[in-house]
Design a protein around this ligand. Structure first.
Ligand code: GTR
Length: 442
């Protein structure tokens, strides 16, 4: 991108509606050495504060500023940023209807995320088998059926097993909608025998509300440490040498969610058209990418996914691209390093990732003390993804101003909340997820 010469033509637009009052339209025409690439962008003041909406407390800002020197937690220090346009195709044509979006523009954006952010799944052939290794029809005091399934992936004599756990309610006469959690915390948070009960995966409550609950452990796919891709699924499927857009660990976990989906659609207790993928933090980044790559997920829930997830990279608020690449060099593809301290060169931003979920349901959740994960940047990404949800006729409309603390908003196919407290996935979050699922999946 650095070889591009930029010529900027900008025009200020005044509108009387609140939602567009900070909007400044700009057009960039970028001249590359090989030809003219039309890349229109939109500049938006993303630092706007609102009187009534959520705002981080001064104590939280001070605490994080002290705890993480060198990172910005002050909203007033966020510079207006220029977001790449969702609805202008690479050839400069306007995307004016859902068909054009779905058939052309969506795949352009998906491809940009593969090349520059999460990496590409190799096309290496593999075999897959499902084996139910434990079946308990009287789990949770006979309220549910528990199945433990081994999903075995085989390629060229090498094998990998994904352990999937599934609870389904016994009192339903028809297949139920279900949540698939990407567990990034370890099996103690998702205990199949329910000796340890954790709010991270509240099976009892979900079964009580008529949902199936499935979970797999992300480390089954790839351990969460930088090992030069010697462990997990990579040695089975990777091309060698690994190209700069080879899939990283987040993409491997997302691929694992799709293999669980392969099983879930075969299970008669589950309605395969009503499965939500849920993830917290690094699991939330993964859930968004799983939903982008795999349209079978009817709903995507990103809980506090932050940088590399729902939060707009260009705001440089809290965790940054550079910090992600340094602390977690295995999460993204090698190309992502090009955007460390160079976010404006990214051909995408996270409003585009969220738009890839449309017309399916999308929930973005944040926590008030988790400024590292930039709640406002996550909300603004959702707000800026709305044009695609609306092309699909989902009737989603949320204001530019954030909702107050602990106030869930749901509109059409999108929902959002900022829960009080720290970075975590709690029953309170799940209850709001289920309230939204009651509307969009039941
Ligand atoms: C942090 C990381 C975040 C988030 C979080 C988590 O260390 O900076 O991006 O993923 O971990 O997964 O809990």
């Amino acid at each position: 991108m650095k070889s591009f010469l930029s010529l900027r033509l900008s025009a200020k637009v005044n509108t009387s509606t609140n939602s567009f009052k900070h909007l400044i339209l700009s057009n960039y025409y970028r001249l590359s050495l090989t030809g003219l690439l039309f890349l229109p962008l939109v500049t938006i003041n993303l630092s706007a504060q609102t009187a009534e909406g959520w705002k981080a407390s001064e104590q939280t800002v001070d605490k994080l500023t002290k705890a993480r020197p060198g990172f910005n937690f002050h909203e007033e220090q966020v510079q207006p940023v220029t977001l790449p346009q969702l609805l202008t195709a690479n050839d400069g044509s306007k995307v004016t209807n859902y068909l054009l979006w779905d058939k052309a523009r969506r795949s352009e954006i998906l491809e940009q995320f593969r090349i520059n952010v999460y990496g590409r799944i190799p096309e290496t052939p593999y075999q897959m088998s499902f084996n139910v290794v434990n079946l308990d029809k009287n789990a949770l005091g006979s309220a549910a059926t528990l199945k433990q399934i081994e999903i075995t992936i085989t390629s060229e004599g090498k094998q990998l097993v994904i352990h999937l756990t599934l609870f389904t309610p016994n009192n339903s006469k028809k297949p139920v909608p279900a949540f698939l959690l990407i567990d990034n915390r370890g099996p103690a948070n998702t205990d199949p025998v329910r000796k340890i009960i954790s709010e991270f995966w509240p099976v009892e409550e979900a079964i009580g509300r008529g949902y199936g609950m499935a979970v797999f452990y992300n480390a089954d796919l790839d351990p969460d440490n930088f090992d030069d891709f010697k462990n997990g699924i990579h040695p089975l499927l990777d091309l060698t040498p690994r190209p700069a857009d080879a899939w990283g660990t987040l993409a491997a976990w997302a691929w694992g969610a799709s293999r669980c989906m392969d099983y879930l659609v075969t299970d008669g207790a589950i309605d395969g058209k009503k499965i939500a993928v849920v993830g917290h933090s690094r699991g939330g980044k993964t859930a968004l990418w799983a939903g982008a790559e795999d349209k079978r997920f009817a709903m995507v829930i990103s809980n506090e996914s932050g940088a590399g997830g729902a939060a707009l990279a260009r705001r440089r608020f809290g965790e940054t691209v550079s910090r992600l690449n340094t602390s977690f060099p295995h999460w993204f593809c090698t190309n992502y390093n090009k955007f460390s301290n160079n976010e404006d060169a990214l051909p995408v931003d996270m409003h585009m990732l969220l738009a890839l979920i449309a017309p399916r349901a999308l929930y973005v959740a944040c926590a008030s003390e988790d400024l590292w994960g930039d709640p406002r940047g996550s909300y603004l990404a959702l707000y800026n993804a709305l044009p695609v949800f609306n092309l699909s006729g989902s009737g989603s409309s949320i204001p530019e101003a954030m909702p107050p603390l602990n106030k869930q908003i749901m509109s059409g196919k999108v929902a959002f909340h900022v829960r009080d407290g720290e970075h975590n996935l709690l029953l309170k979050d799940w209850n709001w997820f289920m309230d939204f699922a009651d509307v969009v999946m039941k």
